[in-house]
Design a protein around this ligand. Structure first.
Ligand code: S3P
Length: 180
């Protein structure tokens, strides 16, 4: 089976930027699940929350994540997948992540995360107080789902990707198959 690295973490933790950089370093494909959810719903994320509601968005996200991980498993080469920050709130995704050996948590502090993600188009990042509550609520879910944790505080994208690459190479060993 081809190895799949799955990046999880809160909004603004750098999953997409690190994922792109990591995929380039490994010479693997990169997929961002938010991007695929937008394609499958045929509308932007703010529009999906507004017109269909968060529960429908989560259902679409769960389908997309499952489809991507199934596809990644049968690819010839490896894949890096960055998950939307709220993906771990879906039970089905959490169950799926338990079977994945290369789940990496990007652990960023909430103020930095808000500086990056807040106040823009993300429906759940409109203001700091609710952003902070959500961050605290989800901390346990991320830690439970992760097989590896990278403390990203004060680090540049390239440095985080380098750290992730070293961890992944260690885990997949010589033959390129992930050890469970
Ligand atoms: C969300 C995170 C976003 C996106 C949506 C909901 C969340 O993804 O899926 O706005 O609930 O944390 P990023 O983590 O890529 O910003």
């Amino acid at each position: 089976m081809a190895p799949t690295v799955i990046l999880i973490g809160f909004m603004g933790s750098g999953k997409t930027a690190v994922g792109q950089c990591l995929a380039k370093r490994l010479g693997w494909e990169f997929i961002d699940t938010d991007h695929e959810v937008v394609n499958s719903m045929g509308m932007s994320i703010p529009e999906a929350f507004r017109r269909r509601g968060e529960a429908i968005f989560r259902g679409a996200e769960e389908d997309v994540v499952s489809r991507i991980l199934d596809k990644a498993a049968v690819l010839r080469g490896g894949m890096v997948v960055s998950l939307g920050g709220g993906a771990v709130t879906s039970r089905g995704i959490r169950e799926r992540l338990k079977r994945e050996p290369l789940v990496v948590l990007l652990d960023e502090d909430v103020d930095t995360a808000f500086r990056r993600a807040g106040g823009g188009s993300r429906p759940l990042a409109a203001e700091l107080e609710s952003f902070r509550s959500l961050y605290e609520e989800r901390t346990g879910l991320y830690r439970e789902a992760a097989g590896m944790i990278i403390d990203t505080r004060g680090k540049k994208v390239e440095a985080v990707a380098q750290e992730a690459e070293a961890m992944v190479r260690e885990r997949i060993g010589e033959e390129g198959t992930a050890k469970a």
